[in-house]
Design a protein around this ligand. Structure first.
Ligand code: PHE
Ligand code: FE
Length: 298
């Protein structure tokens, strides 16, 4: 359902440069021939179910791009084939990985317009829920919007921003991670007089695809950069709050400034609980809070 970007099990090693993480960062060839019939079936079931749900729910850019890339229910797509379309469209390249990468490697890839995609797919018994990102989340969820020129630039800018935040320190990184969470993973966008989904964590989840738009429980609040950078989030339940952009252009413009002074300013401010509504928020929908559990904000 959600992607746990937080707990990274990274080993550390003492060196003459201090304590440095030991990465398992290898880029791997997608072992396409080794996918089983079950693997392809799992992809097909998830693909068909999500496409059914997402018509009218996901933003048009996402739906159009997914079709343009030739993703379909028949078989797990080949990265090499998707790459031809993607490279021609926006210059992005998919690279296969074993799973979550250390933050710095992830940023480094994005900064070079490479998107790391987990090559393995969940087991049939994990169809409805998997804690860590797999091929379905990464490929179905994240890759289509890399076809959109504006979103493609946003992702690269995020990677560059990540390298910078990493050098500044853990608090800056936390601010930036929240932005990623509430946009790239769980973002909503105004479109055609209503709200549509663009976040990869939502489009790859059957339950949350409906919940984020149709449930009375969560807040839906207009995008506000610094507000988002202060807002904690959930990794074990649906989000308590979704932030809504007007367009990818708005997202790009709102994040264009140097974040360094923003990080400095935010360092003195308290974090905001995931479900809070503040004075000054542009409230599109105030959540009823039904079904919320206390505690557990990351
Ligand atoms: N403008 C940000 C910075 O200076 C970088 C960034 C761009 C981060 C877009 C996220 C998204 O750090
Ligand atoms: Fe993700």
């Amino acid at each position: 359902m959600v992607e746990a970007t937080i707990p990274r099990r990274v080993e550390h090693q003492q060196t003459d440069k201090g304590c440095v993480p030991v990465y398992t960062t290898a880029v791997v060839e997608q072992p396409w021939d080794s996918y089983s019939a079950d693997d392809h079936r799992t992809w097909g079931i998830l693909y068909t179910r999500q496409r059914g749900l997402l018509a009218g729910r996901a933003c048009e850019e996402f739906l159009r791009a997914q079709d343009a890339m030739g993703m379909g229910a028949d078989a797990i797509p080949k990265f090499s084939e998707l790459n031809r379309t993607l490279q021609a469209a926006t210059g992005w390249t998919l690279v296969g990985v074993e799973g979550l990468l250390p933050e710095l490697d992830f940023f480094e890839h994005l900064a070079h317009r490479r998107f790391p995609v987990t090559w393995w797919i969940r087991r049939p018994e994990q169809i409805d829920y998997i804690a860590e990102p797999d091929l379905f989340h990464d490929l179905f969820g994240h890759v289509p919007l890399l076809m959109d020129p504006v979103f493609a630039d946003y992702m690269q800018a995020y990677g560059r921003g990540g390298l910078k935040a990493h050098a500044i320190g853990p608090e800056a990184l936390q601010n930036l991670t929240r932005l990623y969470w509430y946009t790239v993973e769980f973002g909503l966008v105004r479109q055609g007089g209503g709200l549509r989904i663009y976040g990869a964590g939502i489009v790859s989840s059957a339950g949350e695809s409906r919940y984020c738009l149709e449930s009375d429980a969560p807040n839906r609040i207009g995008f506000d950069l610094e507000r988002i950078m202060r807002t904690r989030y959930r990794i074990d339940t649906y989000q308590k709050t979704y932030f809504v952009i007007d367009s990818f252009e708005q997202l790009m413009t709102a994040t264009a400034a140097d974040f360094t002074p923003i990080y400095a300013r935010l360092a003195d401010q308290p974090a905001i609980p995931a479900g809070a509504v503040l004075e000054g928020d542009t409230v599109i929908h105030r959540g009823s809070g039904e079904g919320w559990t206390d505690g557990g904000d990351v």
